[in-house]
Design a protein around this ligand. Structure first.
Ligand code: ZN
Length: 74
């Protein structure tokens, strides 16, 4: 299912950037998975989160990733 409140995931981005593991905002279980996709040109793209415990997906668009954050090219 899709997350009803993607803002909760946007608040986790800073933690993920620091390399911390984050807990799912829905079920509070550890191990929330993320994938970051960004253009090499301006480091802007989108983030996807998936929780393997409660099977929730979240999508954040128009994210500007800081330098040094690992992203896949789009
Ligand atoms: Zn969950």
């Amino acid at each position: 299912m899709m997350a009803k409140d993607p803002v909760k995931y946007a608040l986790l981005l800073e933690q993920v950037y620091r390399g911390e593991s984050v807990t799912c905002p829905e079920c509070k279980e550890a191990g929330l998975q993320h994938h970051f996709y960004a253009s090499r040109k301006d480091r802007t793209g989108f983030a996807q989160f998936h929780c393997p415990h409660c099977d929730t997906d979240a999508h954040l668009c128009r994210v500007k990733f800081p330098d040094g954050v690992l992203t896949e090219d789009i």
